[in-house]
Design a protein around this ligand. Structure first.
Ligand code: PTT
Ligand code: SF4
Length: 616
């Protein structure tokens, strides 16, 4: 086998044992790696209906057949599990040295099950697994844990860790690495915490051999060159994702005041140019020649330090909670990283509590942009103190517990908080959130850019067709390869490199047809996973699961160039039904029997039927 290692490492924390399991080559060919491999492993290994925070849930760390090779931006890793926030499939993508080290372990994935008796650190090397006592690490921030562990284990070790948020099972706790890299928005950090797993340290030894070294190296070198020649390269290296603040403001989709508006009056205080004036260095993921990790130095009256900034973080912890300037936002971002909690859900939970407070639905008074109150709230969430204990559950659970009209202002899809694009005037982006495999996240389809070109108010079949294509490329291909998608998205590297690189790595001929078929398979299995888990919990699945937040339909924008805009529910539902038809799913959003069988997922048919899910 070339390009893959052909096995995964299974670690049982309860028994302190590990073993290696062969992965059949057709599973690798049909799912490629990363997300594809992760959902297949979770489908097979997780008991149906498992409690996400129980020892029986599994955490999967998965690479793909391009990870770590000398080609653009190949240092990415998938972290996946059944989500404690949503109850469905959850994953995240981290750009860190750990991705390459994991590839060098001679496995395609690491699967972690069970629960350690006491706080534990896993040390993974080519010799096997060491179960180290992590008691002294429990309670440390992600930064302190990683620095101490690296000192203890010596050079060449990469670390994935959780902070106090993950330890206390904050439902949107993430896994951090290299201070500033975070993955697993739907609570992958809480899954680690539930297993008493403070950190995973990895030191590999050698990469799997590709089918054609020469082809891979030549293609990789050519692609690196093309990236540097791109007209977008210079600005990207200056601002990275932070350039999106200005773009979103101008296009009226910068989430402001808990997604009530798409423009923010203080946007110039948090944009990419301010960031440039604070920038002290740039960080890159492994094998990347278009670095976008913008590290800034910040100072407020009370705080100072360094932060790595990205668009989502700054929008959700800035405009969405009425906070500016960037110095203050930077500090809140750092707190989220140290505590190990997702900035998007955090900004949503805080913004939601501010709006509820304003409307008298929450008795505590929490003012928009109140910096010291926000700092305190972040700490309370991480340690689950006072009001923080409620906010740590995420906005869907907050709405349920508060009751009354609170649900009207909760911004989520399938219980995952919406990432940083307001959709009052973006039905296609709303559909991207509605149908994203992990709940409302932009990674599978950053449709807003396409929508700006295609028209903001159209509810067309053409948009839906484009959306399915985008999801297949981003959520299907890139999440499985596993490499960063930004060389294509941001500096226009031709997509045609990827099937060629995949073929050079594995020796199997991948065409666009085979890649789209793999993506369709991954989407169908992820959807079947959600339906299975919901059915096991006694919940019926229907199209309401794919509806965006109510606010976008009923509460128009009151400011900016698109003042008065709101979504039309008839138009949205028509697009959703067309989406289902394109995917071969029925009008409830459940893959049809014929679709599952065509994609080689017959095992999902029998499992769903045994749970009483009737298939069309
Ligand atoms: C991702 C989500 C994003 S997407 C951002 S900023 W973005 C937020 N980052 C957080 C953070 O930082 N700290 C924190 N405590 N929480 C955070 N939550 C948010 O998480 C990221 C880059 C970015 S920056 C993006 S778009 C691209 N994402 C990719 C992806 O998903 N897949 C892929 N193949 N390539 C990608 N390239 C880009 O990578 P999640 P990273 Mg991230 C501090 O994790 O769960 O997927 O959610 O991984 O290493 O930080 O790189 O404007
Ligand atoms: Fe990482 Fe940015 Fe490079 Fe992508 S473009 S690999 S996110 S540094």
């Amino acid at each position: 086998m070339k390009g893959w290692s052909g096995r995964y490492l299974y670690v049982d924390l309860s028994k302190k044992k590990f073993h290696y399991v062969d992965i059949p080559v057709d599973v690798l060919r049909n799912f490629i790696g990363g997300r594809g491999l992760a959902v297949k492993l979770l489908w097979d290994l997780n008991p149906v209906g498992v409690d996400p925070l129980s020892p029986d849930n599994h955490l999967v760390l998965a690479t793909g057949p391009l990870t770590g090779y000398p080609l653009p931006s190949s240092g990415k890793l998938q972290i996946a599990s059944k989500s404690p926030l949503t109850g469905g499939y959850g994953d995240g993508n981290i750009g860190a040295r750990a991705a390459v080290e994991l590839r060098k372990l001679g496995v395609d994935a690491v699967v972690i099950g069970g629960k350690a008796e006491k706080p534990t650190i896993l040390y993974l090397t080519c010799e096997g697994v060491e179960f180290r006592d992590g008691s002294d690490y429990w309670g440390l921030t992600t930064k302190d844990a990683e620095e101490r562990l690296k000192k203890e284990l010596g050079g060449g070790v990469s670390v994935l860790s959780i902070g106090p948020g993950g330890e206390r099972l904050v439902k949107y706790a993430t896994v951090l690495s290299e201070l500033g890299r975070s993955a697993g928005r739907p609570g992958m950090g809480a899954v680690m915490g539930s297993k008493n797993l403070k950190a995973v340290a990895i030191k590999g030894c050698s990469m799997p051999e590709p089918a054609s070294v020469e082809e891979l190296v030549n293609l990789g070198a050519e692609a690196y060159r093309k990236i540097k020649e791109s007209p977008a390269y210079e600005f990207w290296c200056r601002q990275g994702t932070m350039g999106t603040i200005e773009w979103s403001q101008k296009n009226s989709c910068l989430p402001s005041y808990n997604f009530s508006e798409g423009v923010f009056e203080y946007w110039e205080g948090i944009d990419g140019y301010i960031m440039e004036s604070m920038k002290v260095r740039v960080k890159a993921c492994p094998n990347c020649n278009m670095p976008c990790g913008n590290v800034v130095k910040y100072v407020t009256y009370t705080d100072a330090g360094e932060a790595e900034l990205d668009y989502e973080n700054v929008a959700m912890l800035g405009s969405n909670i009425g906070l500016a300037p960037l110095n203050k936002v930077s500090h809140i971002n750092v707190l989220a990283d140290l505590y190990g909690i997702d900035t998007i859900s955090l900004g949503s939970a805080i913004g939601y509590s501010m709006e509820l407070s304003e409307k008298g639905l929450l008795k505590e008074r929490i003012e928009w942009g109140d910096y010291s109150r926000i700092k305190e709230l972040v700490r309370q969430i991480a340690y689950r103190e006072g009001l923080g204990d409620l906010l740590a559950e995420g906005v869907a659970a907050m709405a349920e517990r508060i009751g009354g009209d609170a649900w009207k202002y909760a911004i989520h899809v399938k219980r995952l908080e919406v990432s940083a694009y307001d959709c009052h005037a973006a039905p296609g982006m709303a559909l991207a959130y509605g149908t994203s495999p992990i709940g409302a996240h932009h990674k599978d389809a950053w449709f807003i850019a396409t929508e700006v070109r295609m028209g903001r108010f159209e509810y067309t079949a053409e948009k839906v067709e484009r959306l399915v294509w985008l999801q297949n490329i981003r959520g299907g291909m890139f999440e499985s390869l596993t490499t960063c998608r930004l060389p294509w998205v941001e500096v226009g590297l031709s997509l045609d490199y990827y099937p060629r690189l995949l073929t050079a790595a594995t020796g199997y001929t991948y065409t666009w047809d085979t890649i789209h078929e793999v993506a369709d398979r991954i989407y169908a299995l992820v959807r079947a996973f959600w339906v299975r888990e919901y059915a096991a919990a006694g919940l019926r699945w229907d199209h309401s699961m794919d509806m965006p937040p109510a606010k976008w339909f009923v509460q128009p924008l009151t400011k900016g160039p698109l003042k008065g805009a709101k979504l039309d529910s008839g138009g949205y539902t028509k697009m959703l039904m067309h989406y289902y038809a394109l995917r071969g799913w029925d009008e409830r959003g459940i893959p049809k029997r014929s679709t599952l069988e065509r994609l080689g997922l017959g095992y999902a048919v029998s499992q769903l039927e045994s749970l009483g899910v009737g298939l069309s």
